[in-house]
Design a protein around this ligand. Structure first.
Ligand SMILES: [Zn+2]
Length: 340
């Protein structure tokens, strides 16, 4: 039996050394050490041996099993190591391949437009100020002379945090903040995000961008407002862009006006985008600061006058680049974004 087992170990060792994968190695383990394995078979025959030979035979068979087990384990480690090395080799990153996946980003069209607007106004001598997107009802409505029953105050139009705080629905609250600082004269613009409870469609988004302009001085006039607007429109869109004024009503300005510019889709001929009017509507709204607003901020309305306007940055970008859907600005479609 000793000789037979020795021959079996040699046979198994040779077979094991030839294997290069874990599956066939496991098959060998079953072949020799499994329930019906060649070495296991010897154990079953122990009972047939004379009693005095049994302990010795058992010991020999166990030793043989352990020896084969050891050889199997050793081979298993080698195969594992080889497989790992092979895998690492195959997965080695080729630094020259797929170079395009690392792209340099750039400012979004909205941020570019805001920066361009701020630069235009800075060149006209305006200060650029920044303010919070969450503001008080006092700054957003009360001090801006907004009547208690004004529709923009309702829950369905505006996102409230609590009774006294809300996501600002316009940048006009920045007028109040700057006037309350008490430094006169004022010549400022402030751009940023605003929020309204609007359904998303081609021209509406619950989050959009405005730029606010405020001038308060001893002789600020409607003529100053018009010349500021005309300079701005020319700087932004070029000399050919036509504009028109329409009377309007805002609680915080008196008189109030809105400005339209030539429809970018049809150049003024009339098309579905402009409801055949030839005008891109409501690009901005403004007027002379209501005396109540000045007084609310402690400014003598007998001595000082002011003008203010707010414009839609997203609308400006849409007109400038001929976009017909505001959603393009927020969809994060790279094919669109990469054009700017
Ligand atoms: Zn049109």
């Amino acid at each position: 039996m000793k000789e037979e087992l020795k021959a079996l170990v040699e046979e198994a060792t040779k077979a094991i050394e030839e294997k290069t994968d874990l599956k066939s190695l496991e098959e060998l383990r079953v072949k020799y050490l499994g329930k019906k394995g060649k070495i296991t078979a010897f154990k079953k025959n122990i009972s047939k041996l004379p009693n005095e030979e049994k302990p010795m035979a058992g010991k020999l068979i166990n030793e043989t099993s352990r020896e084969v087990e050891k050889i199997l384990e050793k081979r298993k480690e080698i195969i594992k190591k080889e497989l790992l090395e092979k895998k690492i080799k195959e997965e080695k990153i080729d630094v020259t391949a797929n170079f395009d996946i690392y792209e340099t980003g750039h400012f979004s069209v909205i941020n570019q437009t805001m920066a361009e607007l701020e630069e235009i106004f800075q060149n006209m001598g305006f200060d650029v100020v920044e303010g919070p997107e969450i503001d008080t009802v006092k700054n957003v409505f009360d001090d801006l002379n907004s009547p208690k029953n004004h529709p923009s105050r309702s829950l369905s139009d505006t996102f409230y945090i609590d009774e006294d705080t809300l996501l600002r629905p316009h940048t006009s609250s920045m007028q109040i903040r700057v006037m309350n600082e008490g430094k006169l004269p004022i010549k400022m613009v402030s751009a940023g995000r605003v929020f309204r409870n609007d359904e998303v469609d081609a021209t509406h988004s619950p989050m959009f961008h405005q730029l606010e302009c405020l001038v308060v001085d001893e002789n600020a006039s409607l003529a100053n407002l018009k010349s500021t607007l005309e300079t701005f429109i020319k700087e932004m869109f070029g000399n050919d862009m036509k504009m028109r004024y329409r009377p309007h009503h805002f609680p915080f300005t008196e008189p109030s006006l809105e400005v339209d510019v030539t429809c970018p889709s049809c150049g003024g001929k009339g098309c579905p985008a402009c409801s055949n009017t030839g005008w891109s509507m409501e690009l901005l709204g403004g007027g002379m600061v209501h005396p109540n607003v000045l007084e609310n901020c402690g400014i003598d309305s007998e001595k000082y006058t002011g003008f203010a306007f707010g414009l839609g940055v997203d609308r400006i970008a849409m007109v400038k680049y001929g976009l017909d859907d505001i959603r393009l600005l927020f969809d994060n479609d790279k094919r669109f974004i990469k054009q700017f």
